[in-house]
Ligand binder design. Structure first.
Ligand code: SF4
Length: 369
């Protein structure tokens, strides 16, 4: 019974948001305005597609996806480097999302089928287990991710060092969200009036990290959770800020996100990592947008340890992931969407990752399985 009552409550709330957003759309139209909102987080992207949240938005409010899928913004050259290491007999430990992402010529799944040792992990700590079970072999953990993932990977490295394990290394492609947002906001070809800020990343960096966007650039910011009502409330809040011409940071996910973030995680990250320029698929090289191991921990850096030099690699020239990641086009505007590129045969990472915009729209907007 409680479940049904809860369901009716949610329906009431959804219809409230539909009405409110429609009214906000009417006010915007009356002012001759249209606004452009961006959801930054891949999990938001998936939830927005899954629950049909774009259908709630009036014509004056457009919502595009941003670069919030870490796998999608990773260069194919990184996959190439991992495949090279697998070819040298290392055990490659990776989250499952990376397996089918195309490198310049092939993927890790194909490298595994050809005999490479590629192990899927559900937690970075699995790398330690693999290292203990295979003391004769080096385990290279594919350290790809934003602040949310960086913190547990660094905690794993901390455990490796404390336990004096010497057969684990990291192939890092860590990315920081704030510099990427700064680059997008500064791009004159991209209009962003409001940011639905990433929830999990915000739990680490804190809601205050977005204040410069509101205070210096006039971009409305809302930190929102992942439930459909959280997202609708967030979109309503962003629109209200813009209607009132009062952009600020509204932390609507206070049950998880603090203004200052997670200080303990921040301290651990600072201890092991340094900011560095990083290459983002579609966005190019963004200053100080990556994190690399400090020189004193270079022995755990697979690049340093094996003298490999990851390059950007070769992107399929027909794939428009770069434009999707910048919010310039919606996935269906890519001529390959659902035709030459689909989840069974992806041409770009946005169709592979469980947080990718193309995968989300294929699965839900097209009614695919
Ligand atoms: S549909 Fe495929 S080819 Fe087109 S942008 Fe998305 S991943 Fe790339």
């Amino acid at each position: 019974m409680t479940r049904y009552i809860e369901g009716f409550r949610k329906m009431d709330a959804a219809s409230h948001f539909r009405t409110t957003l429609a009214e906000q759309g009417r006010q915007l139209a009356e002012q001759g305005r249209s606004i452009h909102l961006m959801e930054v987080c891949g999990s938001h992207t998936m939830a927005i597609a899954r629950f049909g949240i774009r259908d709630f938005l009036p014509a004056a409010i457009s919502l595009v996806s941003g670069p919030g899928c870490p796998v999608c913004v990773t260069d194919p050259g990184y996959i190439d480097a991992a495949i090279t290491l697998a070819g040298q007999g290392k055990i490659i430990a990776t989250f499952g999302d990376m397996l089918r992402v195309p490198g310049s010529r092939t993927s890790l799944a194909e490298a595994r089928a050809a005999g490479g040792r590629v192990e899927v992990c559900y937690s970075p700590l699995t790398a330690i287990e693999l290292a203990r079970n295979h003391p004769e072999t080096e385990v290279v953990f594919l350290a790809v991710g934003f602040e949310t993932t960086i913190a547990p990977v660094v905690a794993m490295l901390d455990a490796v060092i404390r336990q004096a394990i010497d057969n684990v290394s990291l192939l890092t492609a860590f990315k920081r969200v704030p510099p990427a947002l700064s680059a997008l906001i500064a791009d004159p070809e991209i209009q962003i009036d409001g940011l639905l800020c990433p929830a999990h990343v915000s739990a680490i960096i804190g809601a205050d990290a977005y204040r410069p966007y509101a205070e210096q650039y006039g971009v409305a910011c809302v930190v929102a959770g992942f439930e459909p009502l959280d997202i609708l409330y967030g979109l309503q809040g962003l629109t209200q800020q813009l209607l009132e011409n009062r952009p600020h940071v509204d932390n609507q996910y206070g049950r998880v996100v603090k203004a200052e973030g997670n200080r303990q995680a921040q301290r651990l990250m600072e201890h092991y990592l340094l900011p560095a320029d990083a290459s983002w698929r579609g966005l190019g090289t963004i200053p100080a947008s990556g994190l690399v191991l400090r020189p004193e921990f270079a022995r755990f850096d697979a690049v340093h340890r094996h003298g490999i030099l990851p390059t950007p690699g070769r992107i399929n020239p027909r794939c428009q992931c770069g434009e999707v990641l910048k919010g310039k086009i919606r996935p269906a505007q890519c001529p390959l969407f659902g035709v030459a590129c689909h989840p069974d045969k992806p041409l770009g990472p946005c169709m592979v990752s469980s947080e990718g915009s193309c995968a989300a729209d294929f699965k839900y907007a097209r009614g695919g399985a």
